[in-house]
Design a protein around this ligand. Structure first.
Ligand SMILES: [Zn+2]
Length: 468
C-alpha cells in the first residue's frame, strides 16, 4: 500500500474503529452516519406527513419512502414480491356535517364549533339538554355509568370512569392529550368499545370547574371506512444454506398519532420524530449498511417497519397473525424505539442504550457486548423497563421469540407532544447508538446459537409459548 492510500484508509476509519469487529463489518457500520440518519428523519418527521396517523395519507407516503429505501438497498421483498404486508381494517370517521354542541355550565351557554373538537366515537349522539356529571360532584365509577362525564382536570379521566360513561367531554385547550386519542381506533370485525366515546374541546374559553353542566349534542353516526394497514418488510438473505432459513426480525413502528383539530401557534402536527421515526430510520440505515457487506451473516435479517403501534400494536399483531415467513423460523426480535433525544429525564444522556427486559434472555448480553466494542453503555433502565410489555417486541415475545426493545429513553420532554420534531434529535449520538444496535444484530444473525429466554418467573409465559 502506498503511503497516500494508507493515509486515506486511516482517515475513513478514524472516526469509528471498533475493537473485536471484522474490517468488513466496520466498513458497513461506518455507513451509518449522523447525516444519513438526519436525511431520512427530516423527511419522515416532516410536516408534510402530518404526524403519520393510522390510517392517513401521510402514513402511506412514509410507507412508500421506506419501501423505496429497501429497494435502493437491494433487499428481497418479503411478501410475494412486494414490500407491503397488508391487512384489511376499518376505521370510524366522524361526520361533522350537522354537528351541534352546546354546553351549559352554571347557567351560561357555550356553543362549540366543529373545528374546535376532536371526536373519537364509534356512534352518533342526539342529546337534548341532558345532565352532565362534573368532577365537583366527585362521582364514583358506578355513578358515572351510562352518563355523560365532563373532565376538567385537563388529563384523561381514570379508565374506570371512561369505561362506564356513555360519553366523556374533555377540555384540551393546549392539545396536550389530543394526540393520545386522535382519530378512532381501527378495527377488523367489531370496533373496540371498551372506552367511552370522547369529545375533546380545543378552546380556551370554557370554564374548567363548573358546579353544574348540561349538554345538547347532535353528532351523526360515523362512517366505517375500509383501509389496508401496511407494514413494510424486506429480507436481507443470509449466507449459510441452512441458517439463512431463520430470521433475526428487526422492527420499528413508523406510525405516530397524527394531528389535532386545532393547536397553539398554528402547529397542529405531532411529528413523532423521536417516536418512532428515529427507530424507523435507524432500521433503514442498518438495512443499507448490511447490504454493503462482502459476506453476509449466516442467518437472514427480516426488516419490518410496523404500522398501527400507537393504536395498540395493531400492525405487529396483524403481522404475526399472517407472517411472510413461519413464526417458528424467527430466531429473535430487536425492536428499535425512541433513539434520538439526549435531553431525557432532565439530564443530558449520551452514549447510553437501554434494552427492555435485558436479563430476560441471552440477547441482552449480545447488546451489552456490542456496546463495549462500540463505547456505548448498555444497561437496565428502570424507567424504560415497563416498555417491555408496551412495545411491539411484546407481540413476538408472546409467540416465544426472545424479543426486546432497544431505546435511549422513553421519558423525554416532548413525548406525544407537538414538539417532537427532528431538529431536536441528537444525530451524532443516534449514529453511535445505531452502530451498536447494528453490531448486535450482525452478531445475532451470524451466531449459529439462537438466543434463549432466561429461567425467570417474569419469562414464564414466553418460555411456555416457545415450547408450542
Ligand atoms: Zn413508539
Amino acid at each position: 500500500m502506498r503511503p497516500v492510500s494508507r493515509f486515506l484508509a486511516a482517515t475513513v476509519f478514524a472516526a469509528v474503529c471498533f475493537a473485536e469487529v471484522p474490517i468488513d463489518w466496520t466498513a458497513a457500520l461506518n455507513h451509518i452516519t449522523a447525516n444519513s440518519l438526519r436525511g431520512h428523519l427530516s423527511f419522515i418527521a416532516s410536516d408534510l406527513l402530518e404526524g403519520r396517523d393510522t390510517p392517513s395519507r401521510g402514513l402511506d407516503i412514509a410507507a412508500e419512502y421506506i419501501a423505496a429505501q429497501f429497494r435502493r438497498a437491494g433487499l428481497e421483498p418479503a411478501v410475494k414480491g412486494s414490500y407491503f404486508h397488508e391487512s384489511d381494517w376499518k376505521v370510524h370517521e366522524a361526520r361533522m356535517d350537522g354537528f351541534e354542541m352546546r354546553l351549559t355550565l352554571d347557567g351560561k351557554a357555550f356553543d362549540i364549533k366543529p373545528g374546535e373538537v376532536t371526536v373519537v366515537s364509534s356512534k352518533g349522539f342526539d342529546l337534548a339538554d341532558e345532565t352532565v356529571l362534573v368532577p365537583a360532584a366527585n362521582p364514583s365509577a358506578a355513578e358515572a355509568k351510562g352518563k355523560v362525564f365532563f373532565s376538567t382536570n385537563k388529563k384523561t379521566p381514570s379508565s374506570k370512569l371512561r369505561e362506564g360513561a356513555s360519553l366523556v367531554v374533555m377540555l384540551d385547550p393546549k392539545g396536550a392529550i389530543g394526540g393520545m386519542l386522535s382519530g378512532s381506533k381501527p378495527f377488523r370485525d367489531k370496533p373496540d368499545t371498551r372506552n367511552a366515546p370522547a369529545i375533546l374541546i380545543h378552546s380556551d374559553d370554557i370554564p374548567d370547574s363548573p358546579k353544574e353542566a348540561r349538554i345538547t349534542l347532535r353528532l351523526r353516526e360515523p362512517e366505517a371506512k375500509p383501509f389496508a394497514m401496511r407494514n413494510v418488510t424486506a429480507i436481507l438473505r443470509g449466507s449459510d444454506p441452512e441458517l439463512s432459513k431463520s430470521y433475526i426480525v428487526v422492527t420499528a413502528h413508523y406510525d405516530h398519532i397524527g394531528m389535532m383539530a386545532k393547536g397553539p401557534a398554528g402547529d397542529r402536527i405531532f411529528n413523532g420524530a423521536n417516536d418512532d421515526a428515529s427507530g424507523t430510520v435507524t432500521m433503514i440505515e442498518i438495512a443499507d449498511a448490511f447490504s454493503r457487506l462482502t459476506t453476509r451473516p449466516k442467518r437472514s435479517v427480516l426488516f419490518v417497519a410496523l404500522s398501527g403501534e400507537e393504536k395498540g400494536l395493531l400492525g405487529t399483531r396483524a403481522f404475526i397473525d399472517n407472517p411472510p415467513v413461519p413464526v417458528s423460523s424467527m430466531t429473535a426480535n430487536v425492536n428499535i424505539e425512541v433513539l434520538g433525544r439526549t435531553d431525557v429525564e432532565d439530564t443530558v444522556q449520551t452514549r447510553k442504550l437501554s434494552v427492555t427486559g435485558i436479563d430476560y434472555s441471552t440477547l441482552g448480553q449480545t447488546v451489552i457486548t456490542a456496546g463495549k466494542d462500540t463505547e456505548v453503555e448498555v444497561y437496565k433502565h428502570n424507567l424504560n423497563e415497563p416498555f417491555f410489555s408496551r412495545s411491539d417486541n411484546l407481540v413476538f415475545a408472546r409467540k416465544g421469540i426472545p424479543a426486546h426493545t432497544v431505546s435511549n429513553g422513553f421519558v423525554y420532554p416532548d413525548y406525544h407532544g407537538l414538539g417532537d420534531e427532528w431538529e431536536r434529535i441528537d444525530f451524532d449520538n443516534m449514529a453511535a447508538l445505531s452502530r451498536t444496535i447494528a453490531l448486535a444484530i450482525l452478531r445475532l444473525a451470524d451466531d449459529p446459537k439462537a438466543p434463549v429466554w432466561a429461567d425467570l418467573p417474569a419469562t414464564k409465559t414466553y418460555r411456555e409459548a416457545n415450547k408450542k
